[in-house]
Design a protein around this ligand. Sequence first.
Ligand code: SF4
Length: 732
Amino acid sequence: MPKSATPTHCPYCALQCGMNLTVGPDAGVEVAERADFPVNRGALCAKGRTAPALLTSRLRLTSPLVRKGGKLEPAGWDEALDRIAGALDGARHKHGPDACAVFGGGGLTNEKAYALGKFARVVLGTSQIDYNGRFCMSSAAAAGTAAFGLDRGLPFPLEDVARTGCVILVGSNPAETMPPALRYFTELRENGGTLIVVDPRRTRTAEQADLHLAPRPGTDLALALGLLHLVVAEGRTDEAYIRERTTGWEEARAAAMAHWPEYVERVTGVPVPQLREAVRLFCAPESAMVLTARGPEQQAKGTDTVGAWINLCLATGRAGRPLSGYGCLTGQGNGQGGREHGQKADQLPGYRKLTDPAARRHVAEVWGVDPDSLPGPGRSAYELLDALGTDIRTLLVMGSNPVVSAPRAAHVEERLRALDFLAVCDVVLSETAELADVVLPVTQWAEETGTTTNLEGRVLLRRQAVAPPEGVRSDLEVLHELAARLGVEKGFPADPEEVFEELRRASAGGPADYSGITYRRLAEENGVFWPCPAPERPVGAATGDSTGTGARTGGSGFSAKGTPAEVHPGTPRMFLDRFATEDGRARFVPVSHRPSAEEPDEEYPLLLTTGRVLAQYQSGAQTRRVDELNAAAPGPFVELHPRLAARLGAAEGDPVAVVSRRGRATAPARISAGIRPDTVFMPFHWPGAGRANTVTNPALDPTSRMPEFKVCAVRVEPVDRDQPGAEVAVRA
Ligand code: SF4
């Protein structure tokens, strides 16, 4: 590593790839390989490689903007902050604290997520806070908590994937979403293991699989139940494991036995021989895993769907054992940490429940407030957005672009316009910021220090490598200034390490215990897995987990040996001895297949599923402003099967409209034999005419409140190129 290089992490996805940043003589920032970080081992995708482009982009905001005479005009910081504080203060006095809402993001550092949750509950006194991470992980979190008593995306390091016997990868396309992670699946196969991919499309990841199952969108639940039925019917259950380490098997077994393979074939479209082959591959080796991502999770039955895959793991003894388990591949950069420290509507820092009196007492003591002053749980993300302009009059958005990323996006845009006041903190003028009354320009990854928690539960230190441009302040400074203007002078430091020190205390003893983690440890140890209780707490006391270190599992590379007794080594592997439930056993949850919220009919005979492409990230607010990425992925498209294209008379590149009950999105046709003929696919990174989320369904999962992004009924229509509104590609 050159002397001047700063080791840090990518600003984008949950892999949080390590990288070195160097500043050249012309102040340009260059990305270099950082081979010492074990997760990506130096590899980066195009998004990570080009991330510095946004630091100096001409589209970067460097001055606050205040709406005057209907237009956003540059303004001073004091004027902008005064406007926001005045609007929040006015709304809470006129309508009560819940008239103020806060919407955060899964890309915010742990420190920002923590400070934002505290700001909402202590300064504003509002219950109305949630974040876009709800759209990312909530179904997996709900199902994981129900089964294991605790949710951590992966309860083991990614390196275990390469050494297990079989992986079923459900609704995930790491070849495009997090390419450096693909090597673990390649190594799995090189080591003699097998990969089964479940996806309605033959993605680049599915192409590498030993077996590709392509179910109809919205039927992964039936598929998992069908596999469990076969496991039972073929006598492949692990009875000793079920007896000793689980509860609730009989009910779950009975529910699965109602899903006969032939019925499952009819529902999913996956032939029975493929179901049998999947069971054979999954059950043959000593160890195996199921990993889910947004495919099964972003459904109105996402929690049950993930629960069904967990049941399959439990029935075969593939959870809480070395190289075996269920895991969720979290999407956003700090999707994991963002859900642990208080910006979620129902949570307090340390993954504590807002409804738990002991949790309220603990956190209130750290915050120096009366526990009774803390509001209760508020609305989930979509419900909050849906209520804008009704009882919610004022909104502060930090690190999110719901105009593009929320379901039924045209409606969400309308609700944002109905607010009395909207403030947005962002690095660029996102589509949501364009609607704001005040926009604050804030620092980004390489310009600030903070921690994130990657998809493995590994807490990481992102270090500042460059000074921010003049005129830009950090989100923590913004919260400090707003709190002071709203009468809270103390408790909102702008220094991230000071915030982290408080977060450590607030999380102590909670499920996600960070109290034993310090910035110094993070710098020296290249990340620490939570739970990691502080020295004064007995090791392993945080959650009742197994604290499964390498010493226990035999050569994982994570050994507690040599670690001073008073320092907790962190928890790379969880649940090896017991699960985090009261009795230490995992819980089967009986689930049954049910139709999607919207099934095809005569008017809308097809299914739309949405996702990401390699060169863009989430709402595209950042990546659409990077020339190299825009050149690689300049706009949306509609992927459709050749038979469907022929029926429509559409050739490659012809504009087509995808129409649902909520609206229409127009984009060029991309014809592929790799997609089911009854399904169309759109990436969701773009605004305007090609905005996929104009079409998606906000039907919510009853437990996780996850919207049904992944399946809705649509029809596809050819569009005359000369027709108004036929624009097919939208650039930033
Ligand atoms: Fe960044 Fe994710 Fe790409 Fe790694 S895989 S470089 S974390 S976007």
